[in-house]
Structure formats: C-alpha cells, structure tokens
Design a protein around this ligand. Structure first.
Ligand SMILES: C[S@@+](CC[C@H](N)C(=O)[O-])C[C@H]1O[C@@H](n2cnc3c(N)ncnc32)[C@H](O)[C@@H]1O
Length: 336
C-alpha cells in the first residue's frame, strides 16, 4: 500500500484531512523518517492530488491485525501449544495462500486449511509449497484446497503482477527489496535486469521512476507473463520496459553498458563477471551465501572489480534467511 511523505510539522493536520477524505489506512502504522512522516494511505489517484510525494512503501500492520498472529490465535482453538510451535510462515499471493506443512503437522492439514480460510476469507486456492526445481527456479506445488489453478494477480508496491506459480518463479517476500531499489533509482537512469522473471523488479521501478529498463528472461512462460504484466500496468508506468526473451549469458555481451544493473541471480549461477561488466555506476548482485562465507563473497566481488579495472565500493546486505546460517544477500556495488 502507498504512503504519503509529509514534513513532520504537517503530519497531524494532513492525517486529519486524510481521515476526513477516507484516504487514511488505519490498519497500518505511520513511520518517522528523519524530518518526515510516512502516512499510510489507501491506493488511489486521489492521494496524489494532495501535493505530497506518494511512495510505494509497505508500512507495518498494527499488531492486532498482524496476519500470522491471527492464524496462530485462530488455530489455538484446535491445535495444542506444542503443535503451534511447528507452524511455519506462509504467503498470500493474489488469492492463493501458499503454506509449508512440516511433518509434525501433516495430520493437521484440514485444521490449517480451516484456519487460513477464516483469516483470509477471500482466498480461492491453498497450495502446499515444495522445492524450486531446474534452471527456471519453478517451485513444485500441490493444491490442497480450492480451485485447481496456480495463476493469479498479485498486488505489490502499487503494481499488479500476473503470476503462475506452476510456470514461473515469483517470490512475494522480495517486496521490501523491490521497494528499496525503487527508492535508490533516479529519473533518467538506464537499467539492465537479467534473470527478470515475470518482471516484478522492472514493474515496481518503472511505476515510480522515469527510467529505461532492459530486462532479459530465458523461461518463455515467464517472458510471456512479463509481457502481459507490462500491458496490465501500462497506464501506471512512468518508465519504459524493453523485454528480451533470451539467455542472459548469450545476449548481455551484445548489449551496451547501463547506469545500473540489477541481477536477481538464480541459485547456483555465477553471473558476477558478466553483470559487473555491464554496470557503469551501480550493480545490485543477489546470491546465496553462508554466514561464514560473507567475507569471502565481498572479497570475490572486490577482486572481480579490480580484474575489470573498476574502483568499487561494496556493501553486502542480508536480504532474507534461506537455510539455517545461509542467507539470500545483495551486494550493492558502487563503481566510482
Ligand atoms: C531467482 S529467479 C528471479 C526472477 C525475478 N527476477 C523475480 O525476482 O521474481 C531467476 C530467473 O532467471 C531465469 N533464468 C535462469 N537462467 C537464465 C539465463 N541463462 N538467462 C536469462 N534468464 C535466466 C529463470 O527462469 C528465473 O525466472
């Protein structure tokens, strides 16, 4: 959901005005950022008419509305305290809930379905999550309740993203990362995104910034969904997206260099040298790294920079947990 960036001293009157106009999102908490306050607002064109900057920021839900807590408290009616400890985090993607059911709760599947439907009455499908498979990183899912489909439209950071979990990779948990990158980008940049999937990064950045993006994806099904997503969001996008269906390792050498390169690298693929060679000013390189290897990872990037004759500043940020003591990380590389 969007937020309105308002100078601190104006926050209270603007909040009252938003409430009067029914534009204030009371389910979320405002947030202080320096001399500004981010006020949660409902999606819609009216908020942009108030003359303040509208940002695609996911402000936290107020505690009593936190969804995970709700599922846990709903299930407390049926599951023991010991069983509740095994409950895993789940995702809602469009109208599909995606859950993991650990072996300890296999016998409680019907109760978990009941709980999810109570907390999210709008969901139409509940799917159990398996592992990512193959080079296209498509997960294996089994539908345990509802309509027999894994296609839906997911809303995030002010864009609509058509996904089909059976055909193309999509991770809703990267919403915050996509927002972070959209914040870093400035109007006028030329951006390259290899491994672009159904275009979540490209859409979120182009929604808020007047930029030229070139995206590359090898999985034909993800590519076709991406093309549909450009059309679906056409009226909202400030920036332009050119989408190439190709192997990044074949096409990137043919492409020019860009201000910024964003590489949501598939696991097990080494695209560091290739993506760095295309970055004039910034590279955001994603990878999976063990806690003990974080230093080596940073040194490897610095080594590659000097091999390419680039003077770089490298910051490695943990983005999410992947396995115990293994993280999905993003190396933010500034080419000086
Ligand atoms: C980790 S997923 C990221 C997708 C997307 N950026 C996102 O965040 O949803 C990696 C993507 O790279 C694609 N891919 C794998 N190998 C590729 C290659 N050689 N060239 C282009 N895309 C490739 C996969 O099909 C997959 O969609």
């Amino acid at each position: 959901m969007p937020a309105l960036k308002v100078p601190k001293r104006e926050a209270e009157p603007v909040k009252r005005k938003l409430k009067r106009l029914n534009l204030y999102d009371g389910k979320r908490r405002p947030k202080r950022v320096g001399d500004f306050v981010l006020l949660p607002v409902v999606d819609g064109d009216e908020v942009s008419l108030l003359g303040y900057e509208v940002l695609p920021v996911e402000l936290p839900l107020r505690p009593e509305r936190q969804i995970y807590k709700n599922l846990e408290s709903v299930l407390a009616e049926r599951l023991s305290g010991e069983e509740l400890k095994h409950l895993r985090r789940y995702d809602v993607i469009g109208d599909i809930a995606v859950v993991q059911i650990p072996p300890e709760l296999e016998g409680r599947t019907a109760d978990i379905i009941w709980g999810l439907r109570k907390v999210h009455p709008f969901i139409r499908v509940i799917a159990k999550k398996g592992f990512h498979e193959g080079k296209f990183r498509v997960r294996d899912y089994s539908i345990i309740w509802g309509e027999k489909r894994l296609e839906t439209i997911h809303k995030e950071n002010g864009v609509e993203i058509k996904v089909d979990l059976s055909r193309a990779f999509f991770n809703p948990r990267m919403k915050g990362e996509r927002y972070r990158l959209a914040q870093l980008v400035r109007d006028g940049e030329r951006i390259l995104i290899p491994f672009a999937g159904v275009l979540p990064y490209a859409l979120v950045i182009a929604r808020y910034r007047k930029v030229k993006i070139t995206a590359v994806e090898l999985n034909r099904e993800a590519y076709e969904l991406g093309l549909e997503n450009i059309e679906l969001n056409r009226k909202r996008l400030k920036g332009e997206i050119e989408f190439i269906h190709s192997d990044a390792f074949e096409v990137l050498p043919e492409l020019p260099t860009y201000d910024r390169v964003i590489s949501p690298t598939p696991r097990g693929v080494d695209a560091l040298a290739l993506t760095l060679s295309k970055a004039e000013r910034w590279l955001h390189y994603y990878d999976f790294v063990g806690e003990a290897e974080l230093g080596d990872f940073r040194r490897r990037i610095i080594g590659e920079c000097s091999r390419q004759g680039k003077d770089c500043e490298v910051r490695v940020k943990k983005v999410s947990d992947f396995k115990p003591r293994v993280f999905k990380v993003c190396a933010d590389v500034v080419v000086k």
